[in-house]
Design a binder for this molecule. Structure first.
Ligand code: DGT
Ligand code: MG
Ligand code: MG
Ligand code: MG
Ligand code: MG
Length: 268
C-alpha cells in the first residue's frame, strides 16, 4: 500500500525542541501521594522506606541517562537536570520528560519490595512530569534552592505538627491551631523547649532532601594475568569509574558548588 498518501500526518507533530544553552530540568511528582502514603501506611512525617525507594528510582534514571548531571529529591518529587549542551533525543522536551518519567515509575514498582518488604503495592503509582528551562547558573541554582527551601519549610512544619500529636498528645486540630501563624523560629522553639528536640540535629535526609551527582572514584580490582613463559599471577588494576553519589547537605549556599565544580558548566 502506498505509504506516501498517509505520511503527511507526520507534519502534525509539534516542535518541542528545548532552547539551546539552557539547562533542561525535568521535575516529577507523585500523583495523589497524600492518599498513596496513607494506603501504604507511610510513617509520619517521614517514611525512610519511601524516601529510599524514591532515591533508588532516581539513581536508575541517572544511570540510564548520563547527561543528567544532578538530581534533587524530597517528599514525592524529584528534579533531574540535563547538562546545557545535551543533545539527547535532539533536546525534544517530550522525549526527555517521558523517558525520565517512565524509567522512574517502572523502577519505583520494580524496587518496591526491596524497600517495603511485606507491605504489598496495592495499585500502580503514577508520576506527573514537567520541563523547565534555565538559561543561567544563577537561575538553575535558585531553582534547586527553591526546592530545598520547600523541603525545609514542609519538614519543619511536619516535624512540629507530628511531635505535638505523637509526643504532646494533641489532636490534629489542636496541633494545627497551635502552629497557625507561627514562624520558623517559633516552631524551633516549641520543639526545643517542650520536647527537648534540637531541629538541627534531626536527620539530614529529612531536613535537606537528597542530591545525586556523578563522581569519579578510583576502583582497584585484582586481575589474573598470564604472560608467556611466566606463572599466572594476580595484579592490581586501578580504573577511574563514574558513580552516582548521594548527599543530604545544603545546596543553597556556595560550599556544595565549590566542592563540586564539575556539576555546572560555565555561563558563556
Ligand atoms: P498531586 O501531586 O497534586 O497529585 O497530590 P499529592 O497528594 O501527591 O500532593 P503533593 O505532591 O503536594 O504532596 C505530597 C504528599 O505525599 C503529601 O500529602 C504527603 C505525602 N508524603 C510524601 N512523603 C511522605 C512520607 O515520607 N510520609 C508520609 N506520611 N507522607 C508522605
Ligand atoms: Mg502537587
Ligand atoms: Mg504529589
Ligand atoms: Mg509533591
Ligand atoms: Mg521507537
Amino acid at each position: 500500500m502506498a505509504k506516501s498518501k498517509f505520511e503527511y500526518v507526520r507534519s502534525f507533530e509539534t516542535d518541542d525542541t528545548c532552547l539551546r544553552n539552557c539547562y533542561i530540568v525535568v521535575r516529577l511528582d507523585g500523583r495523589n501521594f497524600h492518599k498513596f502514603a496513607e494506603q501504604h501506611h507511610f510513617t509520619k512525617p517521614n517514611d525512610d522506606r519511601a524516601l529510599g525507594l524514591m532515591s533508588k528510582s532516581a539513581h536508575s534514571v541517572m544511570e540510564g541517562l548520563e547527561d543528567i548531571t544532578i538530581a534533587y529529591g524530597q517528599s514525592d518529587e524529584f528534579s533531574f537536570v540535563f547538562k546545557r549542551t545535551t543533545t539527547w533525543f535532539k533536546r525534544r522536551a517530550s522525549k526527555l520528560m517521558t523517558h525520565v518519567a517512565s524509567q522512574f515509575s517502572s523502577s519505583y514498582v520494580f524496587y518496591w519490595k526491596e524497600f517495603f518488604g511485606e507491605q504489598p503495592l496495592l495499585y500502580p503509582p503514577g508520576f506527573d512530569g514537567r520541563v523547565v528551562l534555565y538559561p543561567t547558573n544563577r537561575n538553575l541554582r535558585d531553582y534547586l534552592s527553591w526546592r530545598q527551601a520547600d523541603c525545609h519549610i514542609n519538614n519543619l512544619y511536619n516535624t512540629a505538627f507530628w511531635t505535638l500529636i505523637q509526643k504532646g498528645g494533641l489532636t490534629t486540630t489542636q496541633a494545627e491551631d497551635r502552629l497557625k501563624g507561627t514562624l520558623a523560629s517559633d516552631k524551633n522553639e516549641i520543639l526545643f523547649s517542650e520536647f527537648d528536640i534540637n531541629y538541627n540535629n534531626e536527620s539530614a535526609l529529612h531536613r535537606k532532601g537528597t542530591t545525586l551527582i556523578w563522581e569519579k572514584r578510583d576502583e582497584t580490582v585484582s586481575k589474573r594475568i598470564k604472560r608467556p613463559n611466566e606463572e599466572e599471577k594476580q595484579v592490581p588494576v586501578t580504573r577511574s569509574r563514574r558513580k552516582v553519589e548521594a548527599y543530604h547537605c545544603d545546596i543553597i549556599g556556595d560550599q556544595f558548588w565549590e566542592e563540586h565544580p564539575d556539576v555546572l558548566e560555565n555561563d558563556t
